[in-house]
Design a protein around this ligand. Structure first.
Ligand code: HEM
Length: 300
């Protein structure tokens, strides 16, 4: 599915030529992927229904419920419009597509930048280890205190937004921007990466400096247009809060449980930071690091 949704296809170039999807085999592949997803999701939904939870009456508390439990609860007892199984499946697929590769791509860039910048790595380790102390199992609530790590995430999202071109828009009415006339129905692509590294807005814009966000009101929630790694407007990423907590939890656990080394005596400045375009803009070469556990293995 990820592969099918990336890149430019022949039907993208000739949208009015309806046969293109059939001749290129794309429609057949879409249908195959849909069938496979349907089977997987139907089984998962059925499984959840079997161990059925009625949130009102069961002992299980809302806190323990997962996302699918909540959707099914709405399906069965909600007072909103009826939610069909197709609707539930579409939302879950959306969450998977939107929320998996984006976060894993971000985490690879975060770790790569930390390895390239040992001073910043040391500062991040010190913060995480101070906040988590000797805890065996840090949880997401602790991540709120990780102020410096939050700056690291911001700076990584500025230099390496996983979805640098956001989701394309279509112009609803004719307008003019800086002397250029934009006709109705034009497809608009916004380059969030170019905006986030524009020297008119950012000093030393190509350097990795988390401190630039210290005390700054600039955030990625979609109202500071010089920094829009999650987009902006009505189609802004709905997973921002989840992504931030998730990324902080992953980063803090990586730094709490392990020290990290580059393999084969590689020097930080020799790391390959080339990007490759796909569904997200990820590293061309896989990030290969050596973890050194800090605790006896049973606590990790
Ligand atoms: C580092 C993590 C993430 C990044 C960088 C990211 C980035 C983005 C961007 C740039 C968009 C398009 C926004 C626009 O065009 O204005 C988007 C849309 C979306 N994201 Fe995220 N995202 C992340 C994590 C997540 C997570 C964790 C979820 C869900 C659990 C999620 C769900 C979605 C969905 C459903 C959309 C489509 C929204 C729509 O079209 O209305 N994302 N995301």
């Amino acid at each position: 599915m990820m592969k099918l949704s990336t890149g430019l296809t022949i039907p993208d170039c000739f949208p009015s030529w309806r046969l293109a999807e059939v001749i290129t085999g794309l429609r057949f592949r879409y249908k195959g992927a849909r069938k496979e997803f349907d089977e997987i999701f139907d089984a998962i939904i059925e499984d959840h229904k079997q161990g059925s939870i009625n949130m009102e009456n069961s002992d299980r508390r809302w806190e323990e419920a997962n996302f699918l439990d909540v959707l099914l609860e709405h399906q069965q007892h909600g007072d909103l419009k009826p939610i069909t199984n197709d609707f539930v499946k579409a939302i879950i697929l959306d969450m998977f597509i939107g929320g998996t590769e984006s976060t894993s791509t971000l985490m690879e860039w975060v770790m790569a930048e930390l390895m390239r910048n040992p001073r910043i790595m040391e500062k991040a380790q010190a913060e995480v280890r101070h906040v988590f102390g000797k805890k065996e199992k840090p949880n997401w609530r602790d991540t709120n205190e990780l102020d410096y790590s939050k700056l690291i995430l911001k700076e990584t999202l500025r230099l390496h937004p996983p979805g640098p071109l956001l989701v394309p828009r279509e112009c609803k009415e004719k307008c003019e921007i800086e002397g250029y006339e934009i006709p109705i129905k034009t497809r608009i692509i916004i380059n969030a990466w170019a905006i986030g590294t524009d020297p008119r807005h950012w000093d030393d814009s190509e350097s990795f400096k988390p401190e630039r966000f210290e005390g700054s009101p600039i955030d990625y929630k979609g109202s500071n247009f010089e920094f829009i790694p999650f987009g902006a407007g009505r189609r802004v990423c709905p997973g921002i809060t989840f992504a931030q907590t998730d990324a902080l939890l992953i980063l803090s656990q990586l730094l709490h449980y392990f020290d990290w080394k580059l393999p084969n005596e590689m020097k930080p400045q020799d790391m390959d930071m080339t990007e490759e375009f796909g569904l997200t803009v990820h590293r061309r070469s896989e990030l290969c690091l050596v973890p050194v556990p800090r605790f006896p293995s049973k606590t990790v």
